[in-house]
Every structure is written in structure tokens, then in C-alpha cells.
Design a protein around this ligand. Structure first.
Ligand code: SF4
Length: 378
């Protein structure tokens, strides 16, 4: 089948990134686990043959970046064969998010290197063992993470650090940012907690705290050698736009004094490019569960179809839920009238988790749209 000739930024046709939960099996018991992972794999999870067939479908969709998540991907015995198939035979860029357990061995990291993994992501939810291990529900997880990062550094695999932002680590973010720098990561990805799975609403930071963290994150991204990314906080794009405008305004009289670009070599090389425009649940972003159910994201539990019954691309392009999510005119409340709705659109997963309506306003955005302030949209 020929690939459709569409621009990469047309998310109504193809996603930018596909997350596949290759298994739900995991040895950890993280407080906020989206998947409510279990120790044993579900006997109904996609088989090796079904996994390859799924990769075939994914490769037809432009193709997007592919992320193997879990559970713990390393609990899947055919993980590296699936990765090899996706990379060597289908030309996909593959990264994965293994749990920090004794399965992260030097030999596992060597296999990842051999098959050409683009990036390995570890979770780091605290700058020290006390905070991180509490969050992960497993003593020793912090030390295991550091050991795994050592293997990645030794073998030259690009490192991504994922941090779930919650009440547990709000005061520790600055220290984590420094740790991420020491680890030599190319990307720090912050997940803003969505109260789904094992994550409770009381653990979520409030709107003003989100605003403060997002502003701080923008500044951090400017001065650190790694890139930063916000997941389930699309209002980061609104904050970044506002802060860039503020800076231009403040600096306008002395613009000639400013360097035109970052110094050469300042940012660590990231082989995986960034999205041509912001992604949101079901809008450039697609999630496939361990049994083949398709969702707009792993945090938005609205089943749109199953790859055992329907082609993946048809589910992504035609499902009513996916289409509604891409149609920003359907947003309600504050997000519906916001002048940033096409750039941002709010976290659809959080709107659903808190209100039961996936088109409602994101409840943790502090911004008041212009029309609510009685100003005209420009
Ligand atoms: S009101 Fe909604 S669309 Fe506007 S910035 Fe906030 S979350 Fe984004």
C-alpha cells in the first residue's frame, strides 16, 4: 500500500507519535501508575505475530515515532525482536520506557544498542532515593535507575528522563533538573499528573502551581543543555508563547546585544526531532493498549476501537472520539472561548478525569481568555 501524500503536520491523517503498551506486566507498584500494572502479563496481550502486524500498520502512517511502554517493556520476551523488526525492516524510530528493575542489565542495554534504539527513557520522580522510591513504591528503584543510566552513558544511547509532576515532588523539581543535567540526558519530559489509574486527584497540583511550574520549565529549557517537554499540559505552549513575547518586548531596545542563536554545542544532540506542531490526545498522539485497544492517549480511557478488529489508521482517522478531539470548535467552557485553543486546547485527559466530559475545560489552567476579560480577540 502506498503511503498517503500528506504533510507531516496534518494530524487528522497521521499521528506524530504512537505509544504502544507492549505489556502491562511490571514488578514495580508506582503510586500514580496509569496502567495499574500487574506482576504477570495478560494472556490476552498482543502476540508476537500481532505485534509485528501492528508495526506494519504503524509504518504506513507517515511514519510516526514509536514508543514501547508498559507496564515494563522488558517483561516482554520478544521486545528486542519487535524493536529490530520496527527499526530494520520498517524504518521506524523507536524509543522505550523500561521500568528500573534488575531486568535493566548491561546486556539488555547492549541489545538495545544493537537493534538501534533511538532513545531510552527512565522515570525519575525525585532527586534522591527517599522521594523517588516512595513514589515508585519500591526501595532501591533510585539506585537501579542510576545504574541503568550508567550503562546508557557507557554505550552512548540517548537518554530521556521522565518525571511525573505531583504534590510529592513539587518542591524537588529544581534539584531533579540539576540531576537530569548531570545524567547527560537529551530530553527531560515532565508528565503533569492526570487523576486516572492509581493517581489520585489530591496528588495533582493546582492551576496556579501549574502556571508557576510551566513558567519555570520554560526558563529551565533555555538554560539547560537538554530539551524540555510537557505532557498533559498543552498550556505549556501558551506559556512559552507568552514568555517569548514578554522577553522580546523587554529586550526590544537592546536586541542587538543578544546572541542570535544558542552557542554551538550548547544543546545536546537529539536524534529524534520535535513535533512540527504541538500534539494533544488523539491529535497527533495515539495509544495502543497491551490487548490492542486504541485510545487517544494512555491517560484518556475512551476506547476508540481495537486493532484486532479494525485497521489502526481507520480508527485514528475515523473514530468519532478522535475526530471530536481534533475539532477545536467543539471545546467547551473556558477552553472553548480561549484565543489559544488551537495552539493548546487543554489536557483532554484531565478534563475527562475530573469532569467526565473530554471536551470540557482543562481544570488546572490559570489563564483567563481575552473574551472573558472583555477584550477582543486579535
Ligand atoms: S484556557 Fe484552555 S485552551 Fe486556553 S490556555 Fe488554558 S488550557 Fe489552553
Amino acid at each position: 500500500m502506498n503511503r498517503p501524500a500528506v504533510p507531516p503536520q496534518d494530524y487528522s491523517v497521521n499521528p506524530f507519535i504512537v505509544i504502544w503498551e507492549v505489556t502491562r506486566a511490571c514488578a514495580l507498584k508506582c503510586l500514580h501508575c496509569r496502567a495499574e500494572a500487574q506482576y504477570r502479563a495478560d494472556p490476552n496481550q498482543l502476540s508476537p505475530e500481532e505485534g509485528k502486524a501492528l508495526i506494519d500498520r504503524i509504518a504506513l502512517m507517515n511514519p510516526p515515532l514509536l514508543v514501547f511502554t508498559g507496564g515494563d517493556p522488558l517483561m516482554r520476551p520478544d521486545l528486542f525482536e519487535l524493536a529490530r523488526y520496527a527499526i530494520e525492516e520498517k524504518g521506524l524510530s523507536v524509543s522505550m520506557t523500561p521500568s528500573a528493575t534488575p531486568r535493566v542489565t548491561h546486556s539488555a542495554v547492549e541489545k538495545a544498542k544493537e537493534v538501534g534504539l533511538s532513545r531510552w527513557a527512565f522515570s525519575l520522580d525525585g532527586s534522591c532515593a527517599e522521594i523517588h522510591d516512595h513514589f515508585r513504591g519500591t526501595p532501591g528503584s533510585f539506585d537501579t535507575t542510576l545504574r541503568g543510566i550508567g550503562y546508557l552513558q557507557e554505550l552512548g544511547i540517548p537518554i530521556q528522563i521522565n518525571t511525573t509532576v505531583s504534590r510529592y515532588n513539587l518542591q524537588d523539581l529544581q534539584a531533579i533538573a540539576e540531576r537530569v543535567k548531570q545524567m547527560g540526558a537529551v530530553l527531560w519530559s515532565l508528565f503533569f499528573l492526570v487523576p486516572t489509574g492509581r493517581a489520585a486527584q489530591k496528588d495533582m497540583i493546582d492551576a496556579d502551581e501549574h502556571e508557576a511550574v510551566l513558567r519555570w520549565l520554560y526558563e529551565t529549557g533555555q538554560r539547560m543543555p537538554y530539551g524540555v517537554k510537557a505532557t498533559e499540559a498543552p498550556h505549556y505552549r501558551r506559556v512559552a508563547t507568552q514568555m517569548a513575547q514578554e522577553k522580546t518586548h523587554t529586550a526590544s531596545q537592546k536586541l542587538s546585544d543578544l546572541p542570535k542563536t544558542a552557542p554551538p554545542g550548547f544543546k545536546r544532540t537529539d536524534v529524534l526531532g520535535r513535533a512540527p506542531k504541538g500534539v494533544n490526545d488523539g491529535d497527533g498522539f495515539l495509544f495502543i493498549s497491551h490487548v490492542g485497544d486504541v485510545y487517544p492517549s494512555g491517560f484518556l480511557p475512551l476506547r476508540c476501537g481495537n486493532v484486532r478488529e479494525q485497521a489502526l489508521e481507520d480508527i485514528y482517522r475515523e473514530s468519532d472520539i478522535m475526530r471530536n478531539l481534533r475539532d477545536k470548535s467543539q471545546l467547551k467552557g473556558k477552553c472553548g472561548v480561549c484565543e489559544y485553543k488551537r495552539l493548546c486546547g487543554g489536557s483532554r485527559a484531565r478534563a475527562y478525569a475530573v469532569t467526565g466530559d473530554y471536551l470540557a475545560s482543562d481544570p488546572v489552567c490559570a489563564y483567563i481568555p481575552q473574551v472573558w476579560r472583555g477584550e477582543q480577540e486579535t
